[in-house]
Design a protein around this ligand. Structure first.
Ligand code: GTP
Ligand code: MG
Length: 311
């Protein structure tokens, strides 16, 4: 399929075209930049919901329920499961984690799993781009699931407009979570498995944590098992989208700036790899002074910049 055919089909929410476009971008195939050129002028109105939390806290189960609720509203959905783990363990884990969602089996729900291999430790460029492709295809809601509470998970889930942190009544990992700074980016706390003992305590614990701050946390108990609290959670997400529209816009602007910065870094690294003299300097060869080596690399790249213009 040519880019010129791919784009219109993508816009019509064609899943096959979308899958092709994603692989094209993910694998940096020829013309992927041209494809991206085509998507940014398109309207984008998707609500992006990020979901993070410890392994097994019920993120995928919850997503299945959210999907069901959103499908009732006739919306077009996408779920992106992002695995921040190393490429080595990534594959197997991902298969496992996706099993839950696969059950939904609805052709109007686009599901994709990706291993996030940001070589600088943060969010890889293609994760940004895949979210943008999903937006361009006219999805109404994009759900992004990632496991864990470390820095790369924070990066991944922060692409979303609304970030959900899933906690369990018996998890006892709050201190860790709070330390990891994820609490700063969590917009809504979901105490899932509220059918288990201790759910009320957990809700109170989260509220207590914020008692001395000026933040009034949004906390929703849910039980996927007993099908409770899902409707309230969905309503809470929508309310957040409306009342925090300004903050959501500011965050999107910040994410865009960091995305641009990452593209620049990617391009510089690529150019360094392609220029043997620059590559040698980057390996520390031929110049004892690292500051001078960096300056010389930048000079070489500036001169070599002309042939970049072709792509
Ligand atoms: N009792 C109870 N169990 C639940 C509930 N929600 C999910 N579970 C169970 O918790 C286990 C993990 O659920 P998942 O949805 O796979 O959890 P996850 O957070 O997506 O897991 P990872 O993707 O591996 O991090 C499954 O056995 C679910 O059946 C709930 O509300 N109550
Ligand atoms: Mg999962």
């Amino acid at each position: 399929m040519k880019i010129s055919e791919l784009l219109p089909r993508l816009q019509q929410n064609d899943s096959l075209a979308l899958a092709k476009a994603i692989s094209l971008v993910e694998n940096r195939r020829k013309d992927y930049k041209r494809l991206l050129d085509g998507i940014y002028p398109l309207p984008r109105t998707a609500l992006k919901i990020g979901i993070t939390g410890a392994p097994g806290s019920g993120k995928s189960s919850l997503i299945e329920k959210l999907i069901a609720g959103l499908r009732e509203q006739g919306l077009n959905l996408a779920v992106l499961a992002v695995d921040p783990s190393s490429p080595l363990s990534g594959g197997a884990l991902l298969g496992d984690r996706l099993r839950m969602i696969q059950h939904s089996n609805d052709p109007r729900v686009f599901i994709r799993s990706i291993a996030n291999r940001g070589h600088l430790g943060g969010l890889s460029l293609s994760t940004h781009e895949i979210v943008d492709l999903l937006q361009a295809s006219g999805k109404d809601v994009i759900i992004i699931e990632t496991v864990g509470v470390g820095q790369s998970e924070v990066d991944i889930v922060n692409v979303a407009d609304v970030v959900l942190m899933v906690i369990n009544p018996d998890s006892g990992d709050e201190i860790q979570i709070f330390k990891a700074g994820i609490i700063e980016i969590a917009d809504i706390f979901v105490v899932n498995k509220s059918d288990l003992a201790g759910a009320d305590n957990k809700v109170a614990e989260i509220r207590n944590y914020f008692a001395l701050s000026d933040r009034d946390p949004l906390v929703f108990p849910t039980s996927v098992k007993e099908d409770r609290g899902i409707r309230e959670l969905l309503a809470g997400i929508r309310r957040f989208q409306e009342t925090e529209a300004g903050r959501i816009r500011d965050k999107a602007a910040r994410m865009k700036a960091s995305y641009i910065e990452k593209i620049v870094i990617e391009r510089v690294q690529e150019a360094m790899r392609l220029d043997p003299a620059a590559a040698a300097l980057a390996r520390g060869e031929g110049e004892g002074n690292p500051q001078r080596a960096a300056e010389r690399i930048l000079e070489l790249l500036k001169k070599g910049g002309a042939h970049d213009k072709k792509n």
